[in-house]
Design a protein around this ligand. Structure first.
Ligand SMILES: [Zn+2]
Length: 322
């Protein structure tokens, strides 16, 4: 089978679900046999996958057939072929053969509905709120950035996490338990996306550049305009954006090897573009979030002082109690 034939076959998920008397416009009981779903937590999405908001599992057509009919992936694939591929051949549709480009475009998953549910979860979750408070992030900022809570399940391992939406297609989930090995999780593709890109284009005269999302939220918590590269490897991606020449940039990357290399290449870039920038050392701490948690006063005073050296007047944020 060619890729476009497989894609065609996979696009029959909605049909298969409807044949199981599942209404795909509503939530239904999770199909994962290991998840005893007392609510209806699963939903069909237009990217031809189902997604469970309870256990976090996600299936395509073959996965659903496997779950419903108790088959392994190979057998389920055979079934899918039987149901939809042979039919496809009996009644060939008069569609143009997809061009190479079309067949290479992978539909990205849209998490907007999930964010809404995770945000509702967050509102009533004491553990998640406590975690954010420990990391020094204010409730106002949590609300502004649409932070949510979800428990992800990867078969034999699950973790409770605070979810930071990065775009409709990707998010960063931080494990809120300190015991587990897996500290954070991002869906495939997310690693390359940068966080809070509005900070680059809004009318603020400066922008603080950080590495991690939590560092960005740390600056936002003390009232400063900030974005995150999401990874120290994203410098070249950043420099390909249209960077406003009249903004002052403050480099506040991690104090480690990767952070220092990124800092240097960003400095080189800003020099070559004649863009003003300053370097913030996070008060000697590992990263901005650590500085906020360990000594908020010093963190706030030092970064404000640095930005004001560029003739930028900052209004101190009235402390919002969390
Ligand atoms: Zn489930």
């Amino acid at each position: 089978m060619e890729q476009h034939e497989i894609d065609d076959m996979m696009s029959n998920l909605q049909d298969y679900l409807e044949r199981q008397n599942i209404n795909t416009s509503r939530f239904f009981r999770c199909l994962n046999p290991h998840h005893i779903d007392s609510n209806a937590s699963m939903k069909y999405f237009d990217d031809c996958r189902v997604y469970c908001f309870g256990c976090g599992c996600s299936y395509d057509l073959v996965g659903v057939i496997g779950a419903v009919e108790g088959l392994d992936r190979r057998e389920a694939f055979k079934k899918a072929k039987e149901y939809y591929y042979s039919n496809f051949h009996k009644t060939p549709k008069l569609t143009e053969k997809p061009t190479k480009e079309v067949s290479h475009i992978k539909e990205q998953k849209n998490y907007e509905k999930a964010y809404y549910i995770w945000q509702q979860n967050y509102k009533n979750n004491y553990e998640a709120k406590k975690y954010l408070k420990q990391r020094g992030i204010s409730e106002n900022i949590a609300k502004r950035f649409g932070i949510g809570f979800n428990e992800f399940n990867f078969g034999d391992f699950s973790f409770k996490s605070v979810v930071i939406p990065i775009s409709e297609h990707c998010f960063s989930a931080r494990n809120i338990s300190n015991q587990d090995e897996l500290r954070y999780y991002k869906p495939r593709g997310s690693r390359v996306e940068m966080f809070n890109m509005e900070a680059l284009t809004n009318n603020k005269p400066y922008c603080v550049i950080t590495e991690g999302e939590f560092d960005c939220l740390s600056f936002e918590t003390i009232g400063l305009n900030s974005m995150a590269l999401s990874s120290a490897n994203n410098v070249s991606k950043f420099t390909k954006e249209s960077i406003p020449k009249d903004k002052v940039f403050i480099l506040a990357l991690d104090n480690d090897e990767a952070g220092n290399i990124a800092k240097e290449s960003l400095a080189k870039f800003f020099d070559s573009e004649n863009i003003k920038y300053g370097v913030f050392d996070n008060c000697g701490f590992k990263d901005a979030n650590k500085a906020l948690v360990e000594d908020k006063k010093q963190f706030e005073n030092s970064i404000y002082k640095l930005i004001e050296q560029f003739d930028i007047k900052l209004k101190k944020l009235n402390e919002v109690e969390m």
